[in-house]
Ligand binder design. Structure first.
Ligand SMILES: [Zn+2]
Length: 285
C-alpha cells in the first residue's frame, strides 16, 4: 500500500529503527526493492533523484512507484529526492508522489526557511509530507555537486528554528556523510546527531549512506536517524552483476536474461541494508 513518508518515519522514530530509502531509475530496481521489502516484511521508501526523473521521466517513475505501492502488502512511500525547485515538486505531487524533498540547502538560513515553508504549506494541503535539508551534504549526486570545502555540518540551534518555522516533517542533516563513493572511511558526528535530536522532535534523515560502516549506521539509528538513503551500493550491485553476466555469456542478447541476475543482486543488497537498519518485520499492515 502507498503511504506518506511521515507515516513510515513516525513509526520508525517511535520504535528506533530506520527505513531504507532506495533510488529508482527503472522497473528492475523497483522490482528488486519491493521484492526485498515483501520478503522481509519491511516498510520501504522508493525515491527518484533529479537524474532518475531526467532518465525515465516523472510519469514513468510515478507510474512504477504507484503500482508498486498499490500492489504491495508492505507500506511503501514514493518520494522525490533532492527536489530543487517549486515547479518540480508540484509536478511530482500532481503525479501521485506521497512524499517530497525540497532541498534549499544552497540558500542562507532565512531563504531556506521561506523556500521550504512555501512547499510545506502546499504539500500538506494535499496530504503529502515533506523532507528538507539543513547544512550542506558534500559529494556528488547526479547533477548536484557540493565540494568538500562547501560542505557544512548542521547546526543544532538552526535546526530547531528551521523545523519550527517551516513545519517540515523530516529533516536531512549533514553530520559527516557525503554522496557518492567514499575515498576514506566516513566519520559520523554522533554528538551532533544527539544534540540535534534533543531540540528537534521530527525524524532525521541520513543521506550518502552507501559505504558507511554498519556499526556507524547502527550507532546513529538509536540517536534519531529514521530514514537512510542508499543509491551508490545498489548501482554497484547492478553494474557488477550485469558485467559478470555479459562476460560469462558474451552471446546472450535477451535483456531479461542479462538483467535478471542484476535484479537478484540488488535485492540481496537491499535486504542486507534492511537487516542493518532494523526495519525487518516492521511492516505494520
Ligand atoms: Zn542526498
Amino acid at each position: 500500500m502507498l503511504v506518506t513518508g511521515k507515516e513510515l518515519l513516525l513509526d520508525a522514530q517511535k520504535n528506533k529503527y530506520a527505513v531504507g530509502a532506495f533510488n529508482i531509475n527503472n522497473m528492475e530496481i523497483v522490482q528488486a526493492i519491493v521484492s526485498a521489502a515483501e520478503e522481509l516484511d519491511s516498510p520501504v521508501i522508493i525515491q527518484a533523484s533529479q537524474g532518475g526523473l531526467k532518465y525515465a521521466g516523472v510519469e514513468y517513475i510515478a507510474a512504477l512507484g504507484k503500482l508498486a505501492g498499490r500492489n504491495s502488502r508492505v507500506p511503501i512511500a514514493l518520494h522525490l529526492d533532492h527536489g530543487t525547485d517549486f515547479d518540480q515538486v508540484m509536478q511530482c505531487i500532481r503525479h501521485g508522489f506521497t512524499s517530497v524533498m525540497i532541498d534549499g540547502s544552497r540558500f542562507p538560513l532565512e531563504e531556506n526557511i521561506a523556500f521550504t515553508k512555501r512547499v510545506v504549506e502546499i504539500a500538506h494541503a494535499v496530504g503529502v509530507t515533506v523532507e528538507a535539508e539543513l547544512g550542506k551534504i558534500g559529494g556528488t549526486e547526479d547533477h548536484i555537486t557540493v565540494s568538500e570545502k562547501d560542505a557544512t555540518f548542521t547546526d543544532p540551534e538552526e535546526a530547531r528554528r528551521f523545523a519550527e518555522e517551516t513545519g517540515v516533517d523530516y529533516l536531512a542533516i549533514a553530520v559527516g556523510t557525503a554522496h557518492g563513493v567514499y575515498k576514506g572511511e566516513p566519520k559520523l558526528d554522533y554528538d551532533r546527531i544527539s544534540e540535534i535530536r534533543e531540540v528537534v522532535d521530527i525524524p532525521l534523515v541520513l543521506h550518502g549512506s552507501s559505504g558507511v560502516p554498519t556499526e556507524s549506521l547502527q550507532k546513529a539509528i538509536p540517536l534519531g536517524i529514521c530514514k537512510i538513503n542508499i543509491d551508490t551500493d545498489i548501482r554497484a550491485a547492478f553494474a557488477n552483476a550485469v558485467g559478470d553476466f555479459v562476460r560469462a555469456n558474451p552471446d546472450e542478447i535477451d535483456p531479461r536474461k542479462i538483467l535478471s541476475p542484476a535484479t537478484a543482486a540488488m535485492k540481496e543488497k537491499i535486504m542486507e541494508k534492511m537487516h542493518i537498519f532494523g526495519s525487518v518485520g516492521k511492516a505494520w499492515k
